[in-house]
Design a protein around this ligand. Structure first.
Ligand code: SF4
Ligand code: SF4
Length: 104
């Protein structure tokens, strides 16, 4: 998207390996990863153990660093990604109560 300004990924951040959910299989996490859970492939120094390898999920390669997402620090990135996750979560099905008409 052209409105996003691109930046270089910050060393030691790892926010996008923790905050978002990943629905495709990751080695060690065959069901993918829930939101807010660190990926098992995230190394102690917060680099990806699968970087450059074919097993790395396409989601990870497609996520580009940007000033909006990465911000000035890791806390910003975790918060921004957590908010995005909440906004893009599929809506739960409507409960039957939503379909009842109010009494007149
Ligand atoms: S949020 Fe940005 S700086 Fe942090 S790991 Fe992801 S791309 Fe890198
Ligand atoms: S596979 Fe690598 S880039 Fe993708 S979430 Fe896990 S540690 Fe991060």
């Amino acid at each position: 998207m052209s409105s996003l300004s691109s930046v270089t990924c910050r060393t030691g951040c790892g926010a996008c390996c923790i905050a978002p959910s990943i629905t495709s299989p990751i080695p060690g996490m065959p069901e993918g990863k829930p939101a807010g859970v660190p990926c098992v492939q995230l190394l102690e120094d917060r680099r990806c153990a699968l970087f450059g390898k074919p097993e790395r999920p396409a989601f990870c390669g497609g996520l580009q660093a940007s000033t909006e997402m990465c911000g000035p620090d890791r806390q910003h990135a975790l918060h921004w990604l957590g908010r995005l996750e909440a906004l893009t979560r599929p809506e739960p099905p409507l409960s039957p109560a939503w379909h009842t008409q109010p009494d007149h």
